[in-house]
Design a protein around this ligand. Structure first.
Ligand code: ARG
Length: 463
């Protein structure tokens, strides 16, 4: 006889139940209840397969399938009482199923282990999450496209080292982010394609002697195929790590953009005004409009990177196949996924709402001798100077402008000719910021016509 206090799922050889501390460290139900939908889908696919292969009867499979739907609706309706004594979502579901349908519930776990069960549930969960991230990233990219279209030919300073470098177009800057988040989309999609194999049927680690049909369960759950090696199937968490890797790079991109928004919305820059919907005030300083959402997006990067490091560390010492260490995979992924989704959604809202200040962007575009390279290029093109000499002449003209406290286009022709006698009136054309950006027509360059090509290409790609 099994002691009443021992576990009803595996208590056969146990005389006593676990210590309270043992129960506390062992239980995962506090967080893996988030796998309920996936767990029930996996169990329903498994039960249907057991019946199709004659391992259990059709009537038992039917009772199991129906009962599982009842469990699901109890959970969704908030009527389900989760039990820590039952450790995890798998045993909570099965125990309730037993209450509901009795004996057939005990047949569900034939040819299955919690090891392949949790591996399947978690893959399904991460896969769903990737689909949600995918849609959110597409929304974000569309917000950039709208900004880029509206200001494809607006000029602004381009920076290197956060020092004014050369004028660029607003549209060009927006489209740089579409490239970045477009690569993120690609990384999530690659990870999804690689993870889309089904662990179910690997059982504890070695497979099973029952005549199961793994192709059938894989298909039913939307996987491309079953995992090929049962040991690997239950011990692999690469899919979660790849998700965290893609999430980390995406979070890093979001953080760089957040940093730009913090700078751009400052009183010193005034490049953009963030909407009321995505700004906060100060309880003491009435003039303040703080970019809190951008700052929090920048900060959330820390926990997302942290999740990746934590799970890599959990996994790195584990021999094949399953070890309980792997239970620590979920909270990291849940937290990273929740915060990434929040960050992308907040960023999409901020980008869609933000109002770039065209006049401020244009005024800033001309400062800092931004067209010095255009001047040097003119000397090369028109005067036939080697670029190094042109660079030197331009440097002297910049020094002259600095001395006079003016910008390059404000220099008098005579003063310029004193530096290089071959300079003519035509030079003023290339010193203007609009001409500067219009001239950069090389592939991928900042010229408005090139930017409009990029916009058209991405609009098509994101359809
Ligand atoms: N709660 C466990 C986890 O998340 C489920 C698998 C338990 N397997 C086992 N052999 N104890 O990993």
């Amino acid at each position: 006889m099994t002691d009443k206090t021992s576990n009803q799922m595996w208590g056969g050889r146990f005389a006593a139940g676990p210590d309270a501390i043992m129960e506390a460290i062992n239980a995962s139900i506090g967080f893996d209840k988030r796998l309920a939908v996936q767990d029930i889908a996996g169990s329903r696919a498994h039960a249907a397969m057991l019946a199709a292969t004659g391992i259990i009867s059709d009537s038992d499979a039917e009772a199991i399938g129906e009962g599982l739907l009842t469990v699901l609706s109890e959970m969704e309706g908030g009527e389900f009482t989760f039990s820590t004594a039952l450790e995890d979502i798998h045993m909570n579901v099965e125990a309730r199923l037993k209450d509901l349908i009795g004996e057939p519930a005990g047949r569900l776990h034939t040819a299955r282990s919690r090891n392949d069960q949790v591996a399947t549930d978690f893959r399904l969960w991460v896969r769903d999450q990737i689909d949600a991230v995918d849609a959110a990233l597409v929304t974000l990219c569309r917000a950039f496209l709208a900004q880029a279209e509206a200001g494809a030919d607006w000029v602004m300073p381009g920076f290197t080292h956060l020092q004014v470098a050369q004028p660029v177009t607003w549209g060009h800057h927006m489209m740089a982010y579409v490239e970045m988040f477009g690569r993120d989309l690609g990384r999530f999609r690659d990870a999804r394609a690689r993870m889309n194999e089904c662990p179910l049927g690997a059982a504890a680690l070695a497979g099973t002697s029952f005549p199961i049909d793994r192709e059938m369960t894989a298909r039913a759950l939307g996987f491309d195929r079953p995992c090929a090696n049962s040991l690997d199937a239950v011990s692999d968490r690469d899919f979660a790590l790849e998700f965290l890797g893609a999430a980390s790079i995406c979070a890093m991109h979001l953080s760089r953009l957040a940093e730009e928004l913090v700078i751009w919305s400052s009183a010193q820059f005034r490049f953009v005004r963030l909407s009321d919907r995505f700004s906060t005030g100060s309880s003491i300083m009435p003039q303040k409009r703080n970019p809190d959402a951008a700052e929090l997006i920048r900060a959330k990067t820390g926990r997302i990177f942290g999740a990746g490091v934590a799970l890599l560390t959990v996994m790195k010492g584990l021999p094949l196949a399953y070890s309980k260490d792997m239970q620590e995979d979920k909270e990291q992924v849940f937290d990273a996924a929740d915060n990434l989704m929040l960050a992308i959604a907040a960023m999409a809202g901020m980008v869609a709402d933000m109002a770039p200040d065209r006049a401020a962007l244009e005024a800033a575009a001309g400062t800092g001798f931004a067209t010095a390279t255009d001047l040097a290029d003119w000397l090369v093109r028109v005067r036939g100077m080697p670029f190094r000499d042109a660079h030197h002449v331009t440097g002297r003209l910049v020094a002259l402008a600095e001395e006079k406290g003016c910008d390059l286009p404000d220099l008098h022709l005579a003063d310029m000719q004193a530096v290089d006698s071959g300079i003519t009136d035509d030079i003023f054309e290339v010193l203007g910021v609009h001409n500067s950006v219009a001239s950069r027509t090389s592939l991928g360059g900042t010229a408005p016509e090139r930017v409009r090509e990029q916009i058209a290409r991405w609009k098509e790609a994101l359809k």
